[in-house]
Design a protein around this ligand. Structure first.
Ligand code: GDP
Length: 298
């Protein structure tokens, strides 16, 4: 989702000469393959969007894979970027790197000030290691490696598998199917009280290009909209846009996860970058495109 959004954005801006590999063509967890790839292709600028990602259930179930796969991917890519003299690398993480009970909104300086949210601790530990690796390579070798931490993302090429997806695509799918199949209720996980911030991936792609062109510092930059909603509000927004008239049933046997993770986006704001696509507009775009994909399946 993120890689293809960055590519669309770069193409739109007129960039050329892309070096692309899908995960099937190049397994970034395999050290020798990544070494060969960098040696042959010698990329100058690297957007490291590749990662094993998923929603609360996937993160909590495949804990070993989330730690191993992400550490391997980033160790291989960041190290080879250094060995092969990459001019600049952007490493992408996530807002789950912050302590579970950090003050809100989350400022970059709150990193490593408290315990992490247990459901996604392995993923968060890998991403924190990636930030520190970029900084260490900057300190020791002078590499211009930067990091950005996006909030929860959604948009084209999102994962709609209900077992592994994040909440937003899951709810779009559930409400859409319930409407088509005339179901009396839709099951939504948890209590509905956690708050989440959602950003369209095309906005993130704009921020990535902006940072690649303008930011050259250690540490990392939050990327978000600065606005959050409760899961209940999100469910009601999606229900209304889809036009579903049945009920919402809360499945409290499923975890809520962290109570809130709203990004403080003032650092990016000072650089005069801000998110453009608001949640309502982004949801409409995504719901329309999913409805046309599912029409052929249902
Ligand atoms: P998180 O941001 O790491 O907690 O990941 P998610 O996007 O998976 O979940 C966010 C919140 O939405 C949690 O409180 C979930 O319990 C809640 N949620 C409600 N319904 C669903 C659903 O159908 N799928 C997912 N993934 N989360 C849901």
């Amino acid at each position: 989702m993120v890689g293809s959004a960055i590519l669309r954005r770069l193409q739109k801006e007129g960039f050329e000469n892309f070096v692309l590999r899908s995960s099937k063509e190049l397994d970034l967890r395999v050290q020798q393959d990544v070494e060969n790839f960098f040696k042959e292709e010698k990329p100058e600028y690297v957007f490291l969007a590749a990662a094993k990602v998923g929603g609360i259930l996937a993160n909590n179930t495949y804990r070993a894979e989330f730690l191993y796969d992400n550490l391997m991917i980033q160790n291989n890519v960041i190290h080879q970027a250094y060995v092969n003299g990459v001019k600049k690398l952007l490493f992408l993480g996530s807002s789950c790197i912050y302590p579970k009970h950090a003050p809100q909104p989350l400022k970059e300086e709150y990193l490593l000030t408290g315990e992490l949210e247990p459901t996604n601790e392995p993923y968060a530990i890998a991403k924190i290691a990636g930030i520190k690796m970029c900084d260490a390579y900057r300190d020791q070798y002078g590499c211009n490696f930067i990091s950005a931490m996006p909030t929860n993302l959604y948009g084209p090429n999102d994962n709609y598998d209900l077992k592994t997806s994040h909440v937003l695509p899951a709810l779009i799918r559930k409400f859409h199917e319930a409407k088509v199949e005339n179901k009396p209720f839709v099951e939504v996980w948890g209590t509905g009280s956690p708050r989440r911030e959602f950003m369209h991936v095309d906005d993130l792609a704009g921020a990535c290009l902006f940072l690649m062109e303008n930011y050259n510092e250690p540490g990392f930059v939050n990327v978000g909209t600065g606005v959050d909603v409760t899961i209940k509000e999100l469910a009601e927004m999606i229900r209304d846009i889809v036009g579903y008239v049945g009920k919402i049933q809360w499945d409290t046997s499923k975890p809520d996860g962290t109570p809130r993770k709203l990004m403080d986006v003032s650092l990016l704001g000072k650089m005069e970058w801000e998110s453009r696509i608001d949640l309502e507009e982004g949801l409409r775009l995504e719901i329309e495109s999913l409805a046309s994909i599912l029409k052929h399946e249902v």
